[in-house]
Design a protein around this ligand. Sequence first.
Ligand SMILES: *[C@@H]1O[C@H](CO)[C@@H](O)[C@H](O)[C@H]1NC(C)=O
Ligand SMILES: *[C@@H]1O[C@H](CO)[C@@H](O)[C@H](O)[C@H]1NC(C)=O
Ligand SMILES: *[C@@H]1O[C@H](CO)[C@@H](O)[C@H](O)[C@H]1NC(C)=O
Ligand SMILES: *[C@@H]1O[C@H](CO)[C@@H](O)[C@H](O)[C@H]1NC(C)=O
Ligand SMILES: *[C@@H]1O[C@H](CO)[C@@H](O)[C@H](O)[C@H]1NC(C)=O
Ligand SMILES: *[C@@H]1O[C@H](CO)[C@@H](O)[C@H](O)[C@H]1NC(C)=O
Ligand SMILES: *[C@@H]1O[C@H](CO)[C@@H](O)[C@H](O)[C@H]1NC(C)=O
Ligand SMILES: *[C@@H]1O[C@H](CO)[C@@H](O)[C@H](O)[C@H]1NC(C)=O
Ligand SMILES: *[C@@H]1O[C@H](CO)[C@@H](O)[C@H](O)[C@H]1NC(C)=O
Ligand SMILES: *[C@@H]1O[C@H](CO)[C@@H](O)[C@H](O)[C@H]1NC(C)=O
Ligand SMILES: *[C@@H]1O[C@H](CO)[C@@H](O)[C@H](O)[C@H]1NC(C)=O
Length: 410
Amino acid sequence: MDMVSFFFHLIVLLSLPTISISLIKRSIQTDQHALLALKSHLSDPSDLLKKNWTTRVCVCNWSGVTCSSRHQRVSALNISFLGLQGSIPPEIGNLSFLNSIDLRCNNLHGNLPEETVHLRRLKYINLNFNKFSGVVPSWFGFLPNLQYLYLSNNSFTGTLPLSLFNASKLVDVNISYNELQGNIPKEISNLGILKILAMVGNQFTGSIPTTVFNVSSLQIIGLTFNLLTGNLPEKICSKLSKLQRISLSWNKLSGPIHSRFENCSELQYLSLSVNDFSGILPREIGNLTALKYMALGRNYFTGEIPPVIGDLRNLEGLGIEECSLTGPVPKEIGNLEKLNMLYLHNNALSGQIPESLFNISSLRVISLTDNYFSRSLPPAIGHKLPNLEKLGLGANKLSGIIPGFHLKFH
Ligand SMILES: *[C@@H]1O[C@H](CO)[C@@H](O)[C@H](O)[C@H]1NC(C)=O
Ligand SMILES: *[C@@H]1O[C@H](CO)[C@@H](O)[C@H](O)[C@H]1NC(C)=O
Ligand SMILES: *[C@@H]1O[C@H](CO)[C@@H](O)[C@H](O)[C@H]1NC(C)=O
Ligand SMILES: *[C@@H]1O[C@H](CO)[C@@H](O)[C@H](O)[C@H]1NC(C)=O
Ligand SMILES: *[C@@H]1O[C@H](CO)[C@@H](O)[C@H](O)[C@H]1NC(C)=O
Ligand SMILES: *[C@@H]1O[C@H](CO)[C@@H](O)[C@H](O)[C@H]1NC(C)=O
Ligand SMILES: *[C@@H]1O[C@H](CO)[C@@H](O)[C@H](O)[C@H]1NC(C)=O
Ligand SMILES: *[C@@H]1O[C@H](CO)[C@@H](O)[C@H](O)[C@H]1NC(C)=O
Ligand SMILES: *[C@@H]1O[C@H](CO)[C@@H](O)[C@H](O)[C@H]1NC(C)=O
Ligand SMILES: *[C@@H]1O[C@H](CO)[C@@H](O)[C@H](O)[C@H]1NC(C)=O
Ligand SMILES: *[C@@H]1O[C@H](CO)[C@@H](O)[C@H](O)[C@H]1NC(C)=O
């Protein structure tokens, strides 16, 4: 190596750190600029940002700010639970290394600026419990790494943008408690690794697209409090063998249940109450052996409670109140050794209340009012219900004395 070239290499080597340091400085300064712009847009009742987000220290030391050790750039922003007011400025789109933004539980309004679409690394967006409004931004679907999207308890309106279903890495979506309308798009089946879909408390109409029941990764489906119509599909879990919870209460769903509940071996929570379902309760509900809660009340179910109900050994809560059930309560109900709450009031059930029911020591609530139960209560019923808090037997045709209960009142 000749002298000139040696010195050339030496100079290059020596100057490299300076170059990279100034690069880091410039980019972390971009982050600082963006966060100061954010700070200036927000009113901050606890003065946390005012006191803490000062240029005297590096942004990486600011409260709620995390930097990646590799790039020394802001990777996470968490300014949740601060009562912040205001809106998010476009400079947020300059935090190019951001992978997580948590703004939950503030009073932020407006919408996320569309510059946010530049944040290609974003995996996690949490806007829960704010006052964000307008349509759900279509560019969410262009964030290639988005996995967790939480928009619940805001004021988003309009229909869901179809592009959202292009964010194929989504795992958990919760857009509950907004004012969203229109159909649930069938494109939902593009989300091949989705585990949680929560759309509770909106104004969605139309039927539940059958494609939902093709997303085999789904574990939780929450569609309570909407205006959905149509029937329950025949095959709920055939493809959804990991399904743990499905809540469809408070809609306008109708027709009989003719699902055979095949492959529902993980299903713990089935909630269909307050709809217009009708027909009999099929024997096949006995296949739901993992079920802990079954809420079917306030529908138009008729016929008898099938004895296979006794196969649901994990049931803790059973509600089939305010329907048109007839016949006796099957004695197999006594097999439900974990049952806490039983709601069968306002039906047309008759016969003797089975003695086996009073054998379930975990029972806290028994509600049997407004039926046609007759004859006397079994004499031993007081002895095995140490946890009983509520017993509703009114408006029946029971006779005889009420045996000595040891009721626990709270
Ligand atoms: C950040 O805080 C640490 C101590 O918590 C301190 O050692 C460091 O100098 C601070 N860095 C900057 C750039 O303010
Ligand atoms: C800002 O908050 C961080 C984290 O809570 C703390 O370590 C730091 O000392 C605070 N800085 C100032 C200037 O208050
Ligand atoms: C943000 O901070 C809150 C506590 O202040 C914490 O509960 C929450 O898990 C944090 N968010 C993320 C994404 O880590
Ligand atoms: C950051 O974002 C704003 C608004 O989007 C823009 O005007 C500005 O030039 C950007 N760049 C830097 C380095 O702050
Ligand atoms: C969705 O968010 C709401 C809060 O608005 C919460 O109560 C609910 O548990 C969440 N649902 C799921 C499935 O995580
Ligand atoms: C979320 O919104 C629903 C419906 O408006 C409301 O009932 C619930 O209390 C809200 N949750 C919180 C924690 O504000
Ligand atoms: C979804 O992505 C594909 C491929 O990138 C594109 O062709 C299509 O237009 C996108 N759909 C929407 C609704 O944005
Ligand atoms: C569900 O997926 C199967 C193949 O995996 C396909 O044949 C069927 O058409 C899909 N059904 C719906 C409603 O998307
Ligand atoms: C149950 O799920 C398995 C895979 O998880 C599948 O092979 C089988 O065909 C399913 N059975 C029914 C009846 O859909
Ligand atoms: C479901 O229940 C029906 C009727 O009780 C029964 O014939 C069938 O074998 C059960 N299927 C499974 C997969 O448990
Ligand atoms: C109540 O349980 C006892 C044992 O715990 C059992 O011997 C009895 O047959 C049960 N009674 C009814 C009516 O199921």
